[in-house]
Design a protein around this ligand. Structure first.
Ligand code: PDD
Length: 285
């Protein structure tokens, strides 16, 4: 842990190594909480309102009280940020620490709020592409909630890692849902496709940005179902997330994606995204 790194916990900024929560916290006992991850490019919170809208949605669906207004959330974030770097804000809200362990909601308990800011570690050799495996999506059916209970995602990601892959592509009843910590895009017959938003995927903010950039630049795109069979024939496959941006996949289940080279559309979209990030950072300051 970086020395003197400050984090925010329940109303205070404290040294990370002194930040403690109760063992009775429902986040610890049950994974009963939700979270958000917001990229911060040179001090500017990327798509702050979209992330806060998703946070509010996760809180509503789990019936956890939102302790702060959007302006208050922003005020809390700012002191943690170093504007000279690219970073990300991680924050979570749990249902709080009750007196006893009981599955039902406790009464009169305040949510626990934790926030930290970390550097975005550059993904080395992104241009070389990564390997992926397909795995059965055995998670629950409320994946639209950004829940801190990530055991399902963790086990699937670990399967990928143990197969020398960067990410797992999750497949439910023969159709792609998303990655273990990302959304999935494929280029099939010249069209950029990503599975539609529903309760089996997390509605990624990066996903929305890519769809917007595609529409604005006359790149044919669609939100549509993708079978695993179709994915195996795709010209390009990408992962999209706040911390990894867009990652091209060059190998799926040990077979090359198309000719095994990073695709042309990925290069185009990556350039568009990098340019958009720059203009966003400048215009928001
Ligand atoms: N995860 N789907 C899942 C299951 C995810 O965990 C994530 C991101 C995404 C992409 O969402 P976004 O574009 O808004 O980052 C999709 C974050 C980065 C994490 O858990 O660290």
């Amino acid at each position: 842990m970086t020395k003197n790194k400050k984090v925010f916990l329940n109303g205070e900024y404290i040294d990370a190594d002194k930040a403690n929560v109760s063992v009775m916290d429902r986040g610890f006992l049950f994974g009963d909480g939700i979270y958000e991850v917001i990229p911060v490019y040179q001090g500017s919170l990327f798509r702050f309102d979209a992330h806060l809208e998703r946070l509010e949605n996760s809180l509503n669906l789990t019936r956890i009280e939102n302790p702060y207004s959007r302006d208050e959330w922003r005020e809390i974030m700012l002191p943690l940020i170093d504007a000279t770097k690219d970073q990300y804000i991680y924050f979570q809200v749990t249902r709080g620490a009750a007196e006893k362990r009981d599955h039902a909601f406790p009464i009169g308990v305040k949510p626990t709020v934790f926030m930290m800011c970390n550097d975005i570690a550059p993904f080395n050799d992104k241009e070389k592409g990564v390997k992926a495996i397909s795995v059965e999506d055995n998670r629950w059916s409320a994946c639209n909630i950004k829940a801190i209970a990530l055991l399902g995602n963790i086990l699937l990601r670990q399967q990928a890692v143990e197969n020398d892959c960067a990410e797992a592509i999750l497949v439910r009843e023969g159709y792609v849902t998303e990655g273990s910590a990302s959304n999935v895009f494929a280029v099939i017959d010249g069209i950029l496709i990503t599975p539609p938003k529903n309760n089996f995927i997390l509605a990624g903010i990066t996903r929305d940005v890519i769809l917007e950039l595609a529409a604005a630049n006359n790149i044919p795109c669609a939100e549509d179902i993708i079978s695993l069979d179709a994915l195996k024939m795709a010209n390009e496959i990408w992962f999209a997330s706040s911390t990894r941006e867009i990652l091209p996949v060059i190998e799926l289940d040990g077979q090359p994606v198309a000719n095994g080279q990073v695709g042309q559309l990925w290069h185009q979209m990556n350039n568009l995204l990098q340019a958009y990030k720059m203009t966003y950072a400048t215009s928001e300051k």
